[in-house]
Design a protein around this ligand. Sequence first.
Ligand code: ADP
Length: 496
Amino acid sequence: MEKYIMALDAGTTSNRCILFNQNGQIAGLAQKEFTQIFPKPGWVEHDAEELFSVQLEVARQAMQNAGITASQIAAIGITNQRETTVVWNRRTGRPVYNAIVWQCRRTADYCNDLIAQGYTDSIRQKTGLVIDPYFSATKIRWILENVPSARMQAEKGELLFGTVETWLMWKLSGGRIHVTDYSNASRTMLFNIQSLSWDSEIMALMGIPATMLPTPLPSSHLYGYTDPAFFGGPVPITGCAGDQQAALFGQTCFQAGDCKCTYGTGAFLLMNTGHTPIYSQNGLVTTIAWGLDGQVTYALEGSIFMAGAAIQWLRDELRFLESSADSEYMANKVSDTNGCFLVPAFAGLGAPYWDPETRGTLVGLTRGTNKYHIIRATLDSISYQVRDVLEAMEQDAGKPLTTLRTDGGASANNYLLQVQADLCNRTVLRPKCVETTAMGAAFLAGLAVGYWKNIEDVCKHWAIDRDFIPAMDRQERENRIAQWKKAVQCAISFGK
Ligand code: ADP
């Protein structure tokens, strides 16, 4: 009987399950959305019980679709929305509050206090991160401070914390395992990314007891087994990584200098920087990519807030497009942007600028500017932003990028990827299977049980759909980048 690897992809808006066969092909898939809870402006929550029940439902559905039983699942790999924080009671198994989602800004004031008190450098040195509500630590503290009796229960050792993979593993194992992997631990702002241990000083600063924290383990490892009741037999859980790190693994970016960009709502760039962490001088964060074969691999990460979302803005607010995919055809109706530049800083600028006050700006308009020029300028803006982050990464890493591997919804756009290749003067690759996040989790799980022998074996299952070769001459590239930088400065100065 053929065996499969089950990848559980616990995203921000939906949970999915994909079954992969030994050739890395998709043999079964199921997906379901769950509720987004917005209690106040800037606050975002999920119901942790729903996260688990939806994940279980899609896993069973995928098994049914593929017609397989538990004994045909060689292992489970999990990849997840990162930083999202669940706190639950170890005895009852009940969450004490909704999951606080990575996007939630409720701890912004406390983060500003920490910055004002001078913690920026020490926290960066230990955790690789910038102080921001994005990461889990201040979300845990918020729950302990604001949920009645939570702090008292935590101090008695009754409460457990986990990001989503920890919560899912705890539930799937019937409460037997309380573990995380290094990639997820590195997003909590509590984890020392060099000693690979929880940092007692940060825990003391925020009043977070050590008894709440999961055991940090490598990303490819036998964590435990599912309770037989869930799938009709026990299944080992052996792979785990945060979504962006899993995509880096799924793109087989195994060498230092390898880099991937996921073009979704936002764009996330990660560069493998090898076995020692590189601390950014250019507004990037340092993170653990994965722990594998007794070694830790580090990455530099830069996030861009508006990528595909800018295309949605053209579609939904300006009504220039029927669908996001139409942007490619429309951009090709004109031969240039007629000198106009869009800076889509609708929610401030992320890496490498980090300016929350900046707002979107359209510059260089003439009487002849039409909607096709603006559509083209919007797609270009995604590539310019990605190029800016890549430049910062190359400076931090002290070595040039080799090739850029792409995935995510907007990577289907050929115009976008060609402009990306032109502006970066690097080859851009799009793989055949763009389910790289789930694939990364599957590879990590499969490696732990010998389903795939080693990373060379895994690399055989990554194939190119299309490569985009740079074709723009140097002078034009430099002129356009200089004009883009002027447009960014216009946007920044307007926000001041
Ligand atoms: P997420 O995981 O962040 O929800 P996806 O990877 O599903 O995002 O990608 C969806 C995003 O990609 C949307 O913002 C959409 O506007 C954009 N998008 C999808 N297809 C295209 C396309 N062909 N050209 C440009 N943008 C696209």
